[in-house]
Design a binder for this molecule. Structure first.
Ligand SMILES: Cc1ncc(COP(=O)(O)O)c(C=O)c1O
Length: 377
């Protein structure tokens, strides 16, 4: 049996998404910037996709900028906030994805910003009082905090954080790569959020495409210079089939979101129950096992110390179970994770991140748990 439980790293492409992309790949070869009919036809697909994405998150089409994925969207938000919005201070957490963390490190190393790390509580959640306190004595600030952590699954109260940022006049960016198309977003309600990052391959869309939501109240300039694509905001011929795929993947995700949410949550709670009953001393990192305070697609399991810890993921892989130690960057190996370090996870307990999608089944969960049990017997 082969079981894929690494959906936080990437998800399989949905058949309906593939079907939407194929005609574009086959016949839609025109350059969207060309003024002849081939170009105009393709350009209209991009604009239709933009409108559709905007409709899903209740914002204006002009607030959506297509990118090459989550990493570019995060870079664009953070770098443009510094370059164009006068940001001199960034408040973030020690457990952000490298697309955020390394970008901020670089800006700090170049002397362009000061950086403050907000405290995390004992369950790995952002300490909102500390955030409020930091912002009360700070100006020209960008707050960059992810909506859901990709390794330990903790969820951030996005609306509450946006209110705190608004109270202190801070710009707010949230990496929503793990949550976009997994939760509903209403940008009218979240009007105090300035930037959101999205990546299509995290919700059964294609790789290499995503978008940055930029609130109409902020004016930024391009990060990538070139042609006049994306209304002069991002040079480069558009990834049209990717954009069409992203838009379709959002349709599929949002059409049955409540059903998918309930189904995947049930898989997660089933796995928790099976692990609790099968492996003595099993624990969960941060708030990963709390069904209301964590991302329903991710479970970060903290296993009892064992001599075979370094070989654990390898052995699971041999038995046909694809899972990871932390983020995709550490998939297949057990090397240190800045997130586990950031939440003070004990060093002697191996971590396995299982992440689910609507294509997984309880039989697959049973199989994965049985494989783990074998490793411990
Ligand atoms: C939270 C988070 N942010 C950003 C990214 C990067 O997205 P992409 O792979 O589209 O560059 C990922 C993907 O692993 C992620 O999980």
């Amino acid at each position: 049996m082969r079981v894929y439980l690494d959906n936080a790293a990437t998800t399989p492409l949905d058949e309906e998404v593939l079907d939407a992309m194929i005609p574009v790949l086959k016949d839609g070869f025109g350059n969207p910037s060309s003024t002849h009919s081939y170009g105009r036809k393709i350009k209209s697909l991009i604009e239709r996709a933009r409108k559709n994405v905007a409709k899903h998150i209740n914002c204006m089409p002009g607030e959506i900028f297509f990118t090459s994925g989550g990493t570019e969207a995060d870079n664009m938000a953070i770098r443009c906030a510094v370059k164009d919005l006068g940001v001199k201070h960034i408040v973030t957490s020690p457990i952000e994805h490298h697309a955020v963390g390394h970008t901020i490190d670089r800006l700090k190393a170049k002397g362009l910003v000061d950086v403050t790390y907000v405290h995390l509580d004992e369950n790995g959640h952002v300490d909102l009082q500390h955030l409020d306190q930091i912002l009360s004595t700070s100006s020209k600030t960008l707050v960059s905090l992810m909506h859901a952590n990709n390794e330990v699954a903790n969820l951030l109260p996005l609306h509450r954080v946006s209110e705190i940022c608004h109270k202190h006049g801070a710009v707010f960016h949230s990496d929503t790569v793990q949550t976009m198309a997994h939760y509903r977003f209403d940008m009218e309600e979240l009007e105090q959020v300035h930037f959101l990052a999205c990546s299509a391959h995290k919700f059964h869309g294609p790789k290499g495409v995503g978008f940055l939501y930029v609130n109409k109240s902020v004016q930024i300039n391009p990060l990538i210079h070139g042609g006049s694509q994306e209304r002069n905001m991002r040079g480069g011929t558009e990834n049209v089939y990717g954009i069409v795929g992203l838009s379709k993947a959002m349709d599929v995700a949002y059409k049955d979101l409540n059903t998918h949410h309930a189904y995947v949550t049930d898989l997660k709670s089933y796995m928790i129950e099976r692990l609790n009953n099968s492996i003595e001393g099993v624990k969960y990192n941060a708030d990963s096992s709390s069904l209301d305070k964590s991302l329903y697609t991710v479970l970060s399991v903290s296993l009892p110390p064992t001599d075979i810890a370094p070989m654990m993921l390898f052995n699971m892989d041999i038995m046909g179970v694809a899972c990871s130690g932390g983020s995709a960057c550490t998939s297949g190996s057990n090397i240190g994770s800045h997130v586990l370090e950031g939440i003070d996870a004990p060093n002697d307990r191996p971590t396995i991140r299982f992440s689910f999608s609507r294509f997984n089944t309880k039989e697959e969960i049973d199989y994965a748990v049985n494989c783990l049990v074998k490793l411990y017997s």
